[in-house]
Ligand binder design. Structure first.
Ligand code: PEP
Length: 239
């Protein structure tokens, strides 16, 4: 298995004044044994790349277009993210699926564009609370995995993040047994068995170590707790 990864998703948060949190994070983790990734809003990628230069901190985008350039006002291409210093891009986050009506087919096309630009695609999958209550969790998650992941995906260019929609930003997390059930099913279904599987949804310093101890959990995708260097450093320390 590749080394574990702690990925922070800043979502639509972060002004230049918040770059202090990145400086504090780098200062707190001079030589992380594992991967540490921050996915800021696109406006902060270039200044973050300047700050992270010479450190082992990785940067990523939160979305990309399927094309490399062209007449798509307001969109950003994978090549532009790479040019600004990104190595990864989050795709198919449930907030994009819900807010922008993104289908799994579109997510797969974006993942191919990311791969073409040399980026690692972090493809998000996860069930809603209603789907879990209806006993459809594995059907939904494995269906999203199948339809959102390019057939040629490998551990070198793809990471899968399991994020139950009802756990994102709510402070609620599945039981360890529920996380393990989904991650074990994902491990059996990914096109390359070495693909890293992240858990996301209300990961905090207090629950990270137990989640990371599960056999098929290779790290975390962290929203709110990645915004503060102290909280994210504590999660990284639990990897
Ligand atoms: C996320 O949005 O990817 C996420 C996991 O958010 P939070 O950690 O805040 O639940």
């Amino acid at each position: 298995m590749p080394c574990k990864l702690a990925a922070g998703n800043w979502k639509m948060n972060g002004l230049r004044a918040d770059l202090e949190e990145l400086r504090a994070l780098i200062a707190a983790q001079p030589e992380p044994d594992c991967g540490v990734l921050i996915c800021p809003p696109a406006t902060l990628l270039a200044p973050m790349a300047a700050i992270a230069d010479g450190s082992r901190l990785l940067l990523g985008g939160q979305d990309c277009h399927t094309g490399q350039s062209g007449a798509h006002t307001g969109d950003i291409s994978a090549a532009m993210l790479a040019d600004a210093g990104a190595r990864h891009v989050i795709l198919g986050h449930s907030e994009r699926r819900a807010d922008h009506g993104e289908s799994s087919d579109l997510v797969a096309a974006k993942a191919r564009a990311a791969h073409d630009a040399g980026l690692t695609a972090i493809i998000c999958v996860g069930e809603t609370e209603a789907e879990r209550d209806a006993g459809r969790t594995l059907d939904v998650v494995l269906g999203q995995l199948r339809d959102s992941t390019p057939k040629a995906a490998t551990a070198a260019n793809t990471v899968i993040a399991y994020e139950p929609v009802w756990a994102i930003g709510t402070g609620r997390t599945p039981t360890l047994a529920q996380i393990a059930e989904v991650h074990d099913a994902l491990r059996a279904a990914v096109p390359d068995a070495e693909i890293s599987l992240l858990y996301g949804g209300s990961v905090k310093p207090g629950n990270a170590a137990d989640i990371f101890a599960l056999a098929n959990v290779d790290g975390a995708l962290v929203g709110g707790a990645s915004l503060k260097a102290a909280d994210f450093s504590a999660i990284i320390a639990a990897l």
